[in-house]
Design a protein around this ligand. Structure first.
Ligand code: APR
Length: 237
């Protein structure tokens, strides 16, 4: 028997939009209400750590209340049906995991973890509550959210490139592909690997896209997953 074909799914905030979590670059998006330079850069953290913590504490509570939607569930269901599925997400929420996906790489970190501000390896799961000024790591430095801010390196980028390079099929869902280096991941897909983009604003010009499906994640992903389950293979629709 040959090896099970490997589906790699690259997701952005659009996949969580139907769970009630705002995307970033829409006209009423998160970065419109909260300027990046005030809440999501190392400079913001130096200038006003309390504001940064407040922003992520509020987002964390919102994410805890949110539930996985039909798109997260369909991807988890595909894995359960025996397909090999790896998810690379730019999202800091845990909706893929709560839907049941077991292979999830968080390129931009996880809001449900805190980490030391002096040692990136010192991470702590936040089972409840948030991070307050004065909460310290075991080395005595202030805890911060375990998220990647603008201007910081992306520690899991090389791992994500390797995964994309191994993909037999690449599915991209709900991302504007506006942020580097995340967007450049698509340059690591093999030239003959089929690629589908599901996004209401997808275009045939989306980098590396073979097929752009202009649909929401909640409709487009379950439909594609149903097709794959019926075919018993990762075929283009
Ligand atoms: N289903 C699918 N896609 C959707 C939906 C939906 N229901 N609603 C919106 N979208 C799409 C939009 O068309 C857009 O292409 O989601 C995308 C959201 O794009 P951005 O707001 O730019 O978010 P994203 O691509 O996830 O941003 C990447 O930017 O600021 C950083 O770290 C942050 O991880 C984030 C990164």
């Amino acid at each position: 028997m040959g090896k099970t074909p490997h589906l790699v799914v690259f997701t952005g905030s659009g996949i969580s939009a139907e769970s009630g979590i705002k995307t970033f670059r829409a006209s009423d998006g998160l970065w419109d209400e909260h300027p990046v330079e005030d809440v999501a850069t190392p400079g913001a953290w130096r200038r006003d750590p309390e504001r940064v913590l407040d922003f992520y504490n509020a987002r964390r509570e919102q994410i805890r209340r949110a539930k996985p939607n039909a798109a997260h569930k369909a991807l988890a269901g595909l894995e359960k049906a025996g397909f090999q599925v790896s998810v690379i997400t730019q999202n800091i929420d845990d909706l893929h995991e709560r839907a049941g996906s077991r292979q999830v790489l968080h390129l931009h970190g996880e809001i449900l973890k805190a980490r030391s501000s002096v040692d990136i390896r010192m991470q702590y799961r936040l089972a409840k509550g948030g991070i307050e000024l004065g909460d310290l790591c075991d080395k005595g430095s202030q805890l911060r959210p375990d998220v990647v801010w603008f201007g910081e390196s992306v520690p899991l980028f090389a791992d994500a490139c390797d995964l994309v390079g191994e993909a037999d099929f690449l599915l991209v869902v709900g991302t504007s592909l506006a942020v580097m280096p995340a967007a450049s991941l698509l340059n690591h897909v093999a030239y003959d690997t089929p690629c589908v983009v599901i996004d209401p604003n997808a275009t045939e010009l989306s980098p590396a896209s073979v097929l752009a499906i202009n649909d929401t994640a909640g409709k487009g992903v379950p439909a594609l997953v149903k097709h794959w389950k019926q075919q018993g293979a990762l075929l283009l629709p």
